[in-house]
Design a protein around this ligand. Sequence first.
Ligand SMILES: [Zn+2]
Length: 417
Amino acid sequence: MIEIKIKFLGGCDGIGKSAILVDGKIMMDYGLQTGGDDPFPLMNDCNHLLISHGHLDHCGSAPLLRKAKDVFATAPTADFTKLLLDDSVRLNEKENKKRHMYSTYDIDLLMSKLKTVSYNEEFKVDGYSCTFLDAGHIVGSSSILLKGDVSLFYSSDTNSIETKLIRGSNGFPGADVGIVESTYFGEDHTPRKDLEDRFIKSIKETIEEGGNVIIPCFAINRTQEILSILGEHNISPYLDGMGVEATKIILSHPSFIKNSSLLKRSFDNVSLVNKKVRKRIFDEPSVIVTTAGMANGGPVLNYLKRIYKDPKSKLMFTGYQVEGTNGRMILEKGLLRLNRNLVKIESTVEQYDFSSHSGDKELKSMVKRMADKGVNLFFTVHGDRDNNESFVEYIKEEVGCEAIAPHTNDTYNVSIT
Ligand SMILES: [Zn+2]
């Protein structure tokens, strides 16, 4: 009897702290809880760390794994990880919170151990053959295949829908066990083309009426997706915040995106915001792409200060707004927190679902394909409890495989007899 031991350290009840330990040695992701007051998963150590992609809920606690001998990630993931971790330390110092759990020294130590890998390239990790496959979620994002006597496929965050910036996830290699995300189980996305058309039409209407458009975006991936869409329609926006640096990183890895010349052209046409530019942005109708994506901080707040009383102007969210964020409050109550004041927003507010995750239809088709290729046990993660459990029911009833929605700190010994 041959066994694989899988321990779920986080990411089991909602989004955040994704971390899965295999055989007590190989860690897949080590994220933090963004926005929570308990940001770090349990302190655990490991010999090897595999980072699926550059989002803080997957890589944000990686510097704590000081004993890891080596770290593997794709080249864009390596760059995003450094960008996000440095930013997290900087923000912490600025806000003068209690001492951060790691320092820039720990980040440098982590980066010194990082080996970049290409998609579909097999390498050895502690007795396993490991392969990173394009997950289609953000630039450089990976699903991970660990092949040993028992083989394991971890989808991580994945999207099989092609977007303007990147291709969707592709084929599934076959494995015994699957760990799959359930973020959008039960919810389908608007078809991409309709979404883009509606988005562009709304921007053009606002400009024609003499208003300003503010588009809050996550720095990584969403900003470049939006820039590419705007570029294709010859709209030249202002760009402010961490999205500038993230765009430079992405352009330095052109093979990881679909159409690097479109992004390059779009980026060449943006006006980067500096002090001088900032003064004249509102002199005429304009489009401003800026961080943070949920309006919880960053330069977007300075722009909102300028437009919130103007009914001709528009605030266009480009993704889901998490509970407890400014973005969520604006959508639900029409109220915006500026410094310590709550103000009523009189501009038009719209939300567009430029999600980078598979929707219900794609998740269902993914597990069916995986079952066809030999997976007979699934674990569902990265969704709230209801989603994880509904996905389990679906897999059991419709796909006919065993499925489990693990809880934090659950360990499973999976054997093939
Ligand atoms: Zn992600």
